[in-house]
Design a protein around this ligand. Structure first.
Ligand code: C2E
Ligand code: MG
Ligand code: MG
Ligand code: MG
Length: 288
């Protein structure tokens, strides 16, 4: 009897495993065809200057509308795209689309594009970036590239050379998700970053945990001393916003102001209706 139970449990397990493998294969196949099927979209989330209270730019965030499945999160499909080798094509597409969209925006508004570490290995990143800029007519000073610490984890001479070449094009480089993963202060001296984006996990604990507050204060102060701007990701409450203003963080981004939205829906003057009352009380929207 026990033996039979064991066997059926094994069979159940392998059935579930097989189902997962089939689902994964289907996801991979759909992902390979997503671009041709025009299922990819870019949504944009505003980055606000904490002092002037103005929109300075937008972060481009990839969205995949996977047929009948609906939207799939980039957190779910980007790692798969990296594994199956389609991130280069996808990343090139995002870069070009984002530059094209931004070229139609007011000339003082920037666009930030996320880069996968895998895009650094291919060896054509600088050329692709240059081509995206020249084809769309976007000035390099309006483009910001966001990289994560994992790029620096394999900081070979080649990676650093690529980063320097990108900067020489006249664009800016931001260090994304700072404080997570393999954070090391040495990364900040290994390359002249233009911006540090403090990960949302710290921002969300800002008012409830003194250690999170200490980390944010430390990073903002460090940024000031090194002449690097700081952006707080994932600002959701007025309390967090007020704290960030007090600390002197340069830029804020989060659902408090606006969720990522399609290019056609952007309003460069008025900040998301969602947050209008909150913003008014935090000093936003008033001419300052
Ligand atoms: P990220 O670059 O750190 O982007 C910020 C993420 O925080 C976005 O998630 C954004 O929607 C979310 N977010 C913004 N404000 C708030 C808030 O107030 N609360 C909360 N809870 N979340 C907020 P999203 O769009 O799901 O993207 C997840 C990650 O996927 C990104 O993190 C980025 O690492 C990656 N990703 C997105 N688009 C691209 C892309 O085009 N290329 C690459 N390589 N990665 C991308
Ligand atoms: Mg980012
Ligand atoms: Mg981030
Ligand atoms: Mg993040």
């Amino acid at each position: 009897q026990a033996k039979a139970d064991g066997r059926s449990r094994i069979r159940l397990f392998s059935f579930e495993l097989e189902e997962k493998l089939v689902a994964r294969k289907a996801l991979e196949n759909d992902l390979r065809e997503a671009l041709q099927r025009s299922e990819m979209e870019i949504h944009y989330q505003p980055l606000l200057n904490t002092a002037s209270k103005r929109i300075e730019g937008y972060e481009a965030l990839l969205r995949w509308k996977r047929g009948s499945f609906g939207y799939v999160s980039p957190a779910e499909f980007i790692p798969v795209a990296e594994e199956i080798g389609v991130i280069d094509t996808l990343g090139e597409w995002v870069l070009r689309e984002a530059c094209r969209d931004a070229a139609a925006w007011p000339s003082d508004i920037t666009v930030a594009v996320n880069l996968s570490p895998v895009q650094f290995r291919a060896g054509n990143l600088v050329r692709n970036t240059l081509r995206a800029l020249s084809d769309t007519g976007l000035s390099a000073r309006r483009l910001e590239l966001e990289i994560t610490e994992s790029v620096l984890l394999e900081a070979t001479e080649k990676t650093l050379a690529t980063l320097h070449q990108l900067k020489q094009l006249g664009l800016r480089i931001a260090l994304d998700d700072f404080g997570t993963g393999y954070s090391s202060l040495s990364y900040l001296s290994s390359f002249p970053f233009d911006k540090i984006k403090i990960d949302k996990t710290f921002i969300q604990d800002l008012s409830s945990r003194s250690d999170a507050l200490a980390v944010v204060e430390l990073v903002v102060d460090l940024g000031k001393k090194l002449g690097i701007r700081t952006t707080a990701e994932g600002v959701e409450t007025e309390a967090q916003m007020i704290r960030l203003q007090e600390i002197g963080c340069s830029q804020v981004q989060g659902f408090l102001f606006a969720k990522p939205q399609p290019a056609a829906c952007l309003d460069f003057n008025v900040i998301g209706r969602l947050a209008a009352p909150v913003l008014a009380s935090a000093g936003f929207g008033k001419s300052s």
